[in-house]
Design a binder for this molecule. Structure first.
Ligand code: 5BU
Length: 276
């Protein structure tokens, strides 16, 4: 059965990769294909937004950018990890690695952030070629982590199109033990397919550029609705940031709760329509 007609739970049972399996299982358990991108700079807002949206079982996983947090302190990661256990969500650090294998392995494992030690999923630009996967895999695979490749972007004028996207898909197929899917705007099964492509392939599609009230921002971001993303384009997860916590520096917890539930419901209803 095609992936767009299968439930998250059925795909979880079949999936060989531990991080992908955990992601699919949790989506099914929480009935949420919403990933909230928590792009706030204050550590307390960061933890509050996650506590509120995940406490309501709204979101899974939470996407982070720890490099934007003011006065980053490693204890923040302990608190984030505790929340992820308490509320049953995976952490996806949207790090977008883009360097040579040796450097990305160090960026992933070391420094102040030690991303590999706490982030279940991370992502990378395919621009350096397959060596970026080899570098990240040397650190992440023994820890049971998963990698997403940026096959496409949501921004106006993105260069990640055509043969670039095709090469990203080939790279992912060649490393399917560690690459669990893509950041992309549509499904990738039919891209660069050849005789060697397995029918059992299940590469997940996590999609940013999702908004219910706006079609974009003033800096090139482009939004589509959850229905366009999940039902029409067959993607697996909607990634939503400002649509949930707004643009102001004061996070309004009640408004965040309401918006998160609105996006969760929209994403799940689009998925149910797709199955039907
Ligand atoms: P927004 O507030 O919903 O626009 O946030 C979208 C998030 O997804 C934000 O964290 C971006 O860094 C991230 N993103 C994106 O918007 N578009 C892309 O192509 C990629 C990531 Br890759």
């Amino acid at each position: 059965m095609s992936l767009t007609r299968s439930t998250y739970g059925e795909r979880a049972k079949r999936h060989p990769n531990l991080a992908a399996k955990a992601l699919l299982e949790t989506i099914e358990r929480k009935k949420s294909n919403l990933c909230v991108s928590v792009d706030v700079t204050s550590p307390s807002d960061f933890l509050n937004v996650i506590d509120v949206v995940d406490g309501l079982q709204n979101s899974h996983p939470s996407q982070t950018h720890v490099d934007i947090i003011e006065d980053f302190d490693p204890s923040l990661i302990d608190r984030l990890t505790n929340l992820s256990k308490k509320h049953d969500f995976l952490i996806f650090e949207d790090r977008k690695f883009a360097d040579i294998g040796n450097t990305v392995a160090l960026q992933y494992s070391s420094g102040v952030q030690k991303i590999a030690s706490w982030s279940h999923i991370t992502n990378a630009h395919p621009v350096p070629g397959p060596s970026i996967i080899t570098g990240l895999k040397s650190v992440g695979l023994p820890l049971g982590r998963g990698l997403l490749l940026l096959a496409e972007m949501s921004t106006k004028g993105s260069l990640a199109t055509g043969s670039y996207t095709e090469e990203a898909v080939r790279m992912a197929r060649a490393h399917s033990d560690f690459v669990i899917g893509f950041i992309a705007q549509r499904r990738m099964e039919d891209v660069a397919r050849d005789d060697t492509t397995s029918d059992k392939e299940d590469l997940l599609i996590l999609t940013p550029g999702v908004g219910l009230e706006s079609r974009g921002d003033s800096m090139g971001q482009q939004y589509r609705t959850p229905e366009e993303v999940i039902l029409e384009s067959g993607c697996d997860v909607i990634i939503v940031g400002r649509g949930i916590y707004g643009k102001s520096s004061d996070v309004d917890v009640q408004a965040v709760q309401a918006q998160a539930e609105k996006y969760r419901r929209a994403g799940w209803e689009a998925y149910e329509k797709r199955l039907a």
